[in-house]
Design a protein. Structure first.
Lengths: 194, 432
C-alpha cells in the first residue's frame, strides 16, 4: 500500500451499528475477564465483541462494519483487548467523542476514527448500509440517502491507518533505516520470562 | 532559553499562543502551531521506568530493531520495584542493565540512584523550563511544575524510541486561575482533589479529556515546587494531556520564561476560578482522586496502613510539613506508616536535617526512594479487609496490593494526623 496515496482516501463501506454514550473499553467492548486473563488472541476475543451490551452482536457484525457511537467511546482503562478485536474485524469508528489516548491506540491498531461531535447524531440506524471516507469526512447513508460532510481524520493519521498501523509504520521505518536493524538476528536477547 | 528570533526566522510576531502551543512549536521546529495541528516534537529526554523496559525492548527486537534513535537522550529509571521483592525482580534488574548497554542509552538510574522518575529529574535540574519530554508513564505531568511539557504515551513509547518522535495533536488548554491562600492545615493536594472532583463531576462544565490544564492567577505565587507538583499530579488521573503553569517556576524570572508562558491574548477553551481560602482538607474515597470529599464525612474510620510519598507528594517539603505535625508524637498501635522519599537526594536531606528521626521516633518505617506501595503493592502492600490512607497518585481497587483492601487518599498532613489517631482525622484538629 502506498501510504501517502492511501492517506488521501480512506473509504469504508459496511453495515452501521449504533451504540450509546460512555461505551467502556475495559468492559463494554470486550468483557473485563479477557484483559484480566491477558488474552490477546483475536480469534478468542472476537466471539465476545460488545457481548456485555448485546449478546448477539458478535454473530451479526461483519468485517468492515462501521460503529456509530455517542460521547466518550472507549472510555476507562486503556486495555489492549478491545482494540485487538475491533482491528481483527476491520471495524471503523464514528463517534461524538473519544478519549485522546484511545484515539492514539485506535490509530496504532489501524482503526479509522472520526470524531464528529453533535454531528454524529441521527446519521444512521443500526443495519443501515453506509459509506465513509475518513480522509475527506464524506458520509453517505445508502439506505436513507443522507450525504453529509463530517470532520475528517487528519491526513497524517489516515496515512498511519491506511499503512497498517503503528507496527507496520515501525517496519517501514526500519526498512528506510537499516542501520537500526539487529546486527545478528539469530542472537536475539533472551527474556527473563523464558 | 532561545529567543523568539532564534526560534522564528520570520518577521513579525506569531499569533497569540498558549504555553503548550509554544512548547510544542519549539520542540517541533515550527514558529507557531494551532490547537488540533498534528506535530512531531523532538524530545529533550525520553523516560521509561523499570516496569515497561523489558516489554518495550522485546517488542522492538521482534520487529527487527537492534538500535534506537537518540539513545543518548533516553532515561531509564528504577522506581516501581526498587528493593527487589522477588527473584523475578532481580532478573528484571539484570535485564534492564543489559538493555541499557545494548541500546547504549544515555541515562541509567539504577536501584538506589535517582529515585522516583517523576520527581528526581526536576529536583536535580535535569528537567528545565521550556523542555519537551516523552515518557511511558502518564504521571510525568509533574514536570509541568518546573515549566516543562511532558506527555505520557504508554506503549507507543516504542515508536518514540524507534523513530525519535511520535505524532502529537496540539491540545486545547483549560486555565485554572487560583486566588487566595490555603488555610492552616490545608495543603495544595487538597486543592488538587477539589479541582479533580469538580472537573470530573462537571461543576464547571468544561471538557478536560486530553486538554492541558494550566494553573495561573495570584494564588500560585506563594506555592513552592512541591505544592505545584501536588496540583499537577492530582488532576492527571482524569485523562488530561498534561499540566503547565502560567507563571515562571520558583527560582526563574517571568522575563526568562516569556517565550514559554501563555500570551495574555491566548485562547483558552475553558477558564475556571478557584479561591484557595475556601478549601477544606479532602479525602479521596476509594476509586480515584476524583472521588474527593471533605475529610469530615469519613472521620473516625479506623486505618491499618498509611504512607506518605509517590509522585504527587514525595518532595522534601511534603515530608517537612508532615514532620511538623508528627514531631513528638507516636503513630497509633496497629497502624503501619511508611515514608517513601521521592528521591535519593530527599532521603539524604531528611536524614541530614533530622526529619528522618522524627518519623522513626514516631514509629514510622522508611522505604527506599521510589513509588512505594503505589506501584501495585510490590512493597509494603495493603491487605484484604484493611483500610489505608496515603498520598498515592490514585486509589483504584488493588493499587496497593489486595483488591479487597480499602484505600483513601489525603494530603501528607491528613495522612500523618490519621496515623497518629489510628483513624481518618482532619489535620486541623492538631493545630496549636
Amino acid at each position: 500500500v502506498n501510504a501517502a496515496a492511501a492517506g488521501r482516501q480512506l473509504i469504508r463501506r459496511g453495515t452501521c451499528h449504533v451504540l450509546g454514550d460512555d461505551i467502556s473499553l475495559d468492559d463494554d467492548i470486550i468483557p473485563r475477564r479477557f484483559s484480566a486473563g491477558r488474552v490477546i488472541d483475536p480469534l478468542l476475543l472476537l466471539p465476545h465483541l460488545f457481548e456485555s451490551l448485546d449478546q448477539g452482536f458478535a454473530a451479526r457484525v461483519k468485517p468492515g462494519d462501521i460503529l456509530l457511537a455517542g460521547r466518550n467511546f472507549a472510555s476507562g482503562k486503556p486495555r489492549l483487548q478491545g482494540f485487538i478485536a475491533m482491528q481483527a474485524q476491520g471495524l471503523s469508528i464514528i463517534c461524538a467523542s473519544m478519549p485522546g489516548k484511545m484515539i492514539r491506540r485506535a490509530v496504532a491498531r489501524s482503526i479509522p476514527v472520526m470524531i464528529a461531535g453533535t454531528q454524529s447524531q441521527g446519521l444512521a440506524a443500526t443495519g443501515d448500509e453506509v459509506e465513509v471516507d475518513f480522509a475527506t469526512g464524506e458520509f453517505r447513508n445508502l439506505r436513507s440517502g443522507l450525504h453529509v460532510g463530517l470532520p475528517r481524520m487528519p491526513a497524517m493519521l489516515c496515512e498511519i491507518v491506511a499503512g497498517g498501523g503503528a507496527e507496520a509504520a515501525l517496519r517501514a521505518w526500519l526498512e528506510r533505516h537499516p542501520e537500526q536493524a539487529l546486527a545478528a538476528p539469530g542472537n536475539l536477547w533472551k527474556s527473563t520470562n523464558n | 532559553l532561545a529567543s523568539s528570533a532564534e526560534l522564528g526566522g520570520q518577521e513579525g510576531n506569531p499569533a497569540p499562543a498558549t504555553s503548550v502551543q509554544k512548547l510544542l512549536a519549539r520542540a517541533s521546529g515550527l514558529r507557531h502551531v494551532e490547537v488540533g495541528d498534528i506535530v512531531h516534537p523532538d524530545p529533550a529526554y525520553v523516560i521509561l521506568h523499570d516496569g515497561c523496559i523489558e516489554a518495550t525492548y522485546r517488542e522492538l527486537c521482534a520487529l527487527g530493531y537492534g538500535a534506537i534513535r537518540n539513545a543518548e537522550r533516553v532515561v531509564f529509571v528504577t522506581d516501581h520495584e526498587v528493593a527487589y521483592g522477588s527473584p523475578l525482580a532481580i532478573l528484571r534488574g539484570q535485564a534492564i542493565r543489559d538493555i541499557a548497554k545494548r541500546w547504549r542509552i544515555g541515562h541509567l538510574f539504577d536501584v538506589g540512584r535517582g529515585g522516583h522518575g517523576h520527581l528526581f529529574p526536576l529536583e536535580s535540574g535535569m528537567v528545565q523550563p521550556g523542555m519537551f519530554l516523552f515518557a511511558y508513564d502518564m504521571h510525568c505531568t509533574t514536570f509541568g511544575a518546573a515549566g516543562a511539557l511532558a506527555l505520557g504515551v504508554g506503549p507507543e513509547i516504542t515508536t518514540v524510541l524507534a523513530t525519535g518522535t511520535l505524532w502529537t495533536q496540539v491540545p486545547a488548554t483549560v486555565r485554572i486561575d487560583l486566588a487566595g491562600r490555603l488555610g492552616r492545615g490545608v495543603h495544595a493536594r487538597d486543592a488538587g482533589f477539589v479541582l479533580t472532583h469538580g472537573l470530573a463531576s462537571g461543576r464547571w462544565g468544561v471538557e478536560y479529556d486530553s486538554r492541558v490544564i494550566e494553573f495561573g492567577g495570584p494564588g500560585i505565587e506563594p506555592l513552592g515546587i512541591a505544592d505545584r507538583v501536588a496540583l499537577c499530579n492530582s488532576v492527571t488521573e482524569l485523562g488530561i494531556a498534561s499540566v503547565l503553569f502560567g507563571e515562571a517556576p520558583p527560582g526563574a524570572s517571568r522575563e526568562d520564561c516569556n517565550a514559554i508562558l501563555s500570551d495574555s491574548a491566548a485562547m483558552y477553551e475553558g477558564r475556571i476560578g478557584l479561591d484557595l481560602a475556601d478549601i477544606e482538607p479532602q479525602l479521596a474515597l476509594p476509586g480515584g482522586p476524583e472521588n474527593a470529599s471533605a475529610v469530615a464525612g469519613t472521620a473516625g474510620l479506623k486505618i491499618q496502613h498509611a504512607f506518605i510519598g509517590s509522585c504527587g507528594s514525595g518532595m522534601f517539603d511534603d515530608f517537612a510539613i508532615a514532620a511538623t505535625l508528627l514531631r513528638g508524637r507516636r503513630i497509633a498501635d496497629g497502624v503501619r506508616l511508611f515514608v517513601v522519599p521521592g528521591s535519593v537526594a530527599t532521603a539524604q536531606r531528611l536524614a541530614d536535617e533530622g526529619l528522618a528521626q522524627v518519623f522513626l521516633r514516631a514509629g514510622a518505617m522508611m522505604l527506599p526512594a521510589g513509588c512505594g506501595p503505589c506501584a501495585g503493592g510490590s512493597m509494603a502492600p495493603l491487605g484484604a479487609g484493611e483500610v489505608s490512607i496515603s498520598t498515592a497518585a490514585t486509589n483504584h481497587s488493588g493499587r496497593f496490593g489486595s483488591t479487597e483492601g480499602i484505600a483513601y487518599l489525603g494530603s501528607p498532613l491528613t495522612v500523618v494526623a490519621s496515623a497518629v489517631r489510628g483513624c481518618i482525622t482532619d489535620p486541623r484538629e492538631f493545630l496549636p
